[in-house]
Design a protein around this ligand. Structure first.
Ligand SMILES: *Cc1c(COP(=O)(O)O)cnc(C)c1O
Length: 406
């Protein structure tokens, strides 16, 4: 046994009386509760327990074959080296064209930074623009990482709770009231994770008007823009007019639309100085996104979108079934979600907290859902229907039994 060898059980912090003081920024950040429930459900499954899990935050489909093939070709062609931090020029160009074509947003390749998922695009943005004292308006329920990213960047999240009665959408008046002289950004996520709500074009225009009038910026997280049902339309807030366009930053990615969560590809679109700053940060942290992954992403945008239509019709069938079930259960009120792959019913009438509800449902009925408290709202739960129809059928029966037992 050589010098310097430490037995594993002795290696943990504090075993020898020595411990590193952690940075204050870590103490302020909460661990991801969605991952914790998911981990418990997976551990139960591994023990042979038949769990119906509605906790997934990702499509259950495999990445479409033509996208996989494009990455395989890139690998075979030696696209295995470092590339530019802001992304392969061809992908930046394809993203700019997509934003023009689909979203009426006028961007060139130098307005785009390719990032390790939509998550890193937001993180880079926060680090690039926020300082201590800055406030960021975040409507609740929110995607779990928004407030934590704001805090990691040293700024202050200002949480604005929305209501079931307003379909969990922030109203223009609520937004106006939340603005202070310190407000820098407003995070606008439509279609929404966790609620599945989609702001109508009129609602988007009304929100845009407040942003311009209050002279703040908006970051539009549009990662679910293609996952829509019932004929609703997605309007990019930056496309409302020239004044809002100048104050808009778009964050999006390939994970949800093309079932590419593990590929880690997202992007930021913004005025060039912001992109330069975000790319500078990326250049000193993760460098470029995996080079051959980016070639898969190019294929996703440049080829037929039939694969998206196919996944959407599967989601639509599951959504119909789950929504019908939830809306007929005692103790739940579930607004109709027109986007993403989530439902966000209120459990207010059960009198349970979201954590109690989720824990009892998992422990006694083997159904995994995410407690609303993870998203800043304690009287709701989130169910993902990115799972097979059979699981949804069995899970809805168990949930119904649980509710009748209360
Ligand atoms: C999944 C998700 C993202 C980003 O996911 P990546 O895998 O990092 O691309 C961003 N915002 C919301 C609301 C999401 O649900």
């Amino acid at each position: 046994m050589g010098l310097g060898y430490v037995r594993a059980e002795q290696a943990h912090v504090g075993a020898t009386g020595v411990s590193m003081k952690l940075a204050a920024r870590v103490e302020q950040v909460s661990p991801s509760m969605t991952l914790a429930i998911d981990a418990k459900a997976k551990a139960m499954k591994a023990d042979g327990i038949d769990v119906c899990s509605f906790s997934a935050g990702e499509p259950d489909f495999d990445t479409p074959a033509h996208i996989v093939a494009a990455a395989q070709t890139a690998l075979a062609e030696g696209k295995t080296r470092y590339g530019p931090a802001a992304g392969e020029p061809k992908l930046r160009e394809a993203i700019a064209q997509k934003l023009q074509r689909d979203n009426s947003l006028c961007y060139g390749a130098d307005n785009i930074a390719v990032t390790n998922g939509g998550k890193q695009s937001l993180f880079n943005l926060m680090l690039a623009v926020l300082e201590p004292g800055d406030e960021v308006i975040v409507p609740a329920p929110y995607w779990v990482s928004y407030p934590e990213m704001v805090k990691l960047a040293g700024a202050t999240p200002v949480i604005v709770p929305t209501t079931l009665e307003n379909q969990f959408k922030i109203t223009p008046e609520q937004l106006r009231q939340a603005v202070t002289p310190h407000t820098k950004l407003f995070i606008f996520n439509s279609p929404s994770n966790p609620t599945g709500m989609v702001y109508t074009p009129d609602e988007v225009r009304a929100i845009a008007q407040v942003i311009v009038e209050q002279n703040i910026w908006v970051v539009a997280d549009e990662i679910y823009e293609k996952i829509l049902y019932g004929g609703v339309e997605h309007l990019s807030v930056g496309a409302v007019g020239p004044e809002i366009y100048e104050r808009t930053i778009v964050s999006s990615g390939f994970a949800k639309t093309y079932a590419m969560t593990g590929w880690r590809i997202g992007f930021l679109a913004a005025p060039a100085p912001i992109i330069k700053a975000a790319a500078k940060i990326q250049g000193h942290s993760t460098s470029n996104v995996c080079t051959f992954s980016q070639y898969g992403a190019i294929a996703a945008y440049e080829n037929s979108q039939d694969c998206v239509t196919t996944m959407l019709s599967a989601f639509a069938e599951r959504r119909r079934f789950m929504l019908h079930s939830l809306q007929s259960m005692p103790g739940l009120s579930c607004p109709t979600p027109n986007g993403a792959f989530y439902m966000f019913p209120s459990i207010r009438d059960t009198g349970l907290s979201s954590l109690e509800f989720a824990e009892r449902l998992l422990d006694y009925y083997q159904v995994a859902v995410i407690p609303g408290i993870a998203f800043g709202i304690n009287d709701c739960i989130r169910l993902s229907y990115a799972t097979d129809l059979e699981t949804i059928k069995v899970g809805m029966e168990r949930l119904s039994k649980f509710l009748h037992s209360l």
